[in-house]
Design a protein around this ligand. Structure first.
Ligand code: ADP
Length: 165
């Protein structure tokens, strides 16, 4: 049986920390689905389409990975995709409590699905989309923390925002 894992997140935008989890996950599973899990009522910097496009660009060299989006219950997506693992990344201690809750509720909702955690690469310990967005919005450089193409998108996005378009 193929080992298929789903790596869900908001990826607003994808960072090098996410990319590290993706690359390492690819070595553990036959197939990986990166899932942009979104809530249509939640405000994000990038649209779902923009987020999908950035992830697709990051993973373009791999064949055993695909990118999708979903606004429903995660375990429903995982089951319908024929997967049985949810892949998550863990950074600082602050991630732990939330991730613990999420893993437990998902396990309660479907006992066939396991959550697997990978520790962040030490370089990405403090890298989060939220911090990246905040720094970029204030004109700070986030080069090296996100893929180059994402860095450019952030520069463009905030230039547009500053112009008030
Ligand atoms: P963020 O918390 O950066 O807004 P997401 O909601 O997109 O990110 O996170 C999706 C998953 O990726 C979560 O399991 C999160 O803990 C993990 N993740 C996010 N950033 C990193 C990182 N720098 N290193 C390892 N895992 C990460």
């Amino acid at each position: 049986m193929k080992k298929i894992a789903v790596y869900p997140g908001s990826f607003d935008p994808i960072t090098n920390g996410h990319a590290d989890i993706i690359n390492r996950g690819l070595r553990m599973f036959d197939e990986l689905i990166v899932l942009v899990a979104y809530n249509p009522n939640k405000k994000t910097l990038f649209t779902v389409e923009e987020r999908l496009e950035m992830i697709r660009d990051v993973i373009k060299e791999h064949s055993n990975i695909r990118v999708e989006c979903f606004d429903g219950l995660l375990v429903d997506f995982v089951r319908s995709a024929g997967a049985n693992v949810i892949l998550r990344g863990l950074r600082a201690l602050s991630d732990f409590e939330y991730e613990f809750q999420l893993a437990l509720i998902n396990r309660r909702l479907n006992r066939e699905i396991e959550t697997v955690f990978l520790m962040t690469g030490y370089k990405w310990f403090y890298t989060s989309s939220t911090i990246i967005n905040e720094a970029a919005s204030l004109g700070g450089s986030v080069k090296g923390l996100v893929p180059d193409m994402v860095n450019q998108k952030l520069i463009d996005k905030y230039a547009i925002k500053k112009e008030g378009v």
